[in-house]
Design a protein around this ligand. Structure first.
Ligand SMILES: Cc1cc2nc3c(=O)[nH]c(=O)nc-3n(C[C@H](O)[C@H](O)[C@H](O)COP(=O)(O)OP(=O)(O)OC[C@H]3O[C@@H](n4cnc5c(N)ncnc54)[C@H](O)[C@@H]3O)c2cc1C
Length: 406
């Protein structure tokens, strides 16, 4: 067994949350090690849409120039098709607020995550790929003090740190082993592919809501679209053994999708992820902190996960910088500032996500809300809120909510 030297910060996971946290802390002069079970570049099942606010965070991390040059799609807004035929179109440039720019970005995660991880490494993070964390190391007082892991050859390895950052995504092992994980009620599973030559593909993301889920289409540049099917987790037993067939059959049954996706146009095969709707009971404990999907994951419908991961990383790095600067062990109490900051930053967004997620469980009501939003000129506001550059409280008030359904 290899026991590595004790570092300041050990980040588990090199997705946007982990890379951004590592990058920020390394730039502040802390000794940071990041491990990921994958070897990058790696695929990640995701709709690969980034809102203008996500783009602002990427700019702040210094990677936007590289990502813009990678040939993605400049996305202008979102169209939502209701389960009973209603439709709304919202455009970022018309949403008000202060967008970083009038377009979002569609770009494969294979590219984006590798660029972010490379930036973390360039900032001084020691990046170890192909290493799976499976258990926490605890000190004599029970505080988290590192992880037990296995390297690519299956050899055991122990990594110790003053603080462990759980950025290991949906199903986080850090959240589970630390007793912080909680399961939500709306359990869905996603099937995601890259498809060439989708008829009618535009620079506006499409969301086709069905009675029990939805399909999202998102341009990625180069004539390729990301197509994601989201269905109740219980429905996926029919997909066992052949997710591609299941994906094609379910997509073909959605009114706005007929004849737009066929097997011969799939250029990156169907990836399956879920069931999701996970959150944490608490985002910190003695010696550890959760960020990104490890801390909370609701439904990808609003496409806010990457933005939340990057904003969460900003909050985590600020709190950890202070706690590490005090010397000694990093305690739950010292990390209170992070819990408070997360609540302040995300409460409105959490409420909007849940409003939309639970609203989708009532198709007639959801359809009516879409029709009202479009007819009453409120669609752009909705897109600005879900794009994270218009305050969620613009939606979360009785006036807006009543006009949406009455
Ligand atoms: C179907 C779908 C569509 C989505 N579409 C969008 C979208 O369009 N826009 C958007 O903003 N968000 C979207 N999201 C959400 C977005 O994908 C996530 O919120 C985002 O990836 C969170 O980043 P993260 O760094 O927290 O986790 P991840 O990106 O999942 O990264 C976690 C990393 O941890 C590593 N890891 C996991 N376990 C271990 C372990 N035990 N040991 C070592 N390493 C480990 C993994 O290999 C991975 O690299 C979507 C999600 C889904 C499921």
């Amino acid at each position: 067994m290899t026991t590595d030297p004790v570092t300041d910060v050990l980040v588990i996971g090199g997705g946007p949350a982990g890379s951004a946290t590592a990058l920020r802390l390394a730039r502040l002069g802390h000794a940071v090690t990041l491990i990921d079970r994958a070897i990058f570049p790696r695929e990640k099942p995701c709709s690969e849409y980034m809102s203008p606010e996500t783009v602002r965070h990427l700019h702040g991390l210094g990677v936007l120039g590289t990502l813009d040059a990678a040939g993605g799609a400049a996305l202008e807004g979102t169209q939502v098709f209701g389960p009973l035929g209603s439709r709304l179109v919202g455009r970022f440039a018309a949403a008000g607020g202060t967008p970083f720019r009038g377009t979002g970005l569609g770009l494969p995660r294979r590219v984006m995550d590798a660029v972010l991880l490379a930036a973390a490494r360039a900032a001084g993070t020691m990046v170890l790929e192909g290493i799976v964390a499976h258990q926490l190391v605890r000190d004599a007082d029970g505080a988290v003090a590192g992880v037990h892991a296995r390297d690519a050859d299956g050899a055991p390895r122990t990594l110790r740190a003053r603080v462990v950052v759980g950025a290991d995504g949906l199903g986080s092992i850090v959240a589970r082993r630390a007793g912080l994980h909680a399961q939500g009620r709306v359990r869905r599973t996603a099937f995601v592919a890259h498809v060439a030559g989708v008829d009618g593909l535009s620079m506006t993301t499409e969301l086709h809501v069905t009675r029990d889920g939805y399909v999202g289409i998102n341009a990625l540049g180069g004539g390729i679209a990301n197509v994601a099917l989201v269905v109740p987790a219980a429905a996926t037993t029919a997909a066992r053994g052949d997710p591609r067939r299941f994906f094609l059959e379910r997509i073909a049954a959605v009114p706005g999708m007929r004849n737009r996706v066929s097997a011969d146009r799939i250029v990156r095969d169907v990836l399956v992820t879920g069931p999701f709707d996970a959150m944490c009971r608490r985002s910190t404990t003695d010696g550890a902190l959760l960020v990104g999907d490890a801390a909370d994951f609701f439904d990808p419908f609003t496409g806010e996960g990457i933005c939340t991961a990057l904003r969460g990383a900003e909050l985590a790095a600020a709190a950890l910088d202070l706690a590490l600067g005090r010397g000694g062990p990093v305690t739950d109490r010292q990390l209170r500032a992070y819990r408070v900051a997360r609540r302040r930053a995300f409460l409105g967004k959490w409420l909007v996500e849940r409003l939309i997620g639970y609203g989708m469980l009532a198709p007639a009501l959801f359809d009516r809300a879409i029709a009202r939003l479009e007819r009453r000129g409120m669609a752009d506001t909705l897109i600005g809120v879900t794009g994270n550059f218009v305050s969620p409280w613009k939606m979360l008030n009785p006036g807006f909510l009543l006009r949406m359904v009455m």
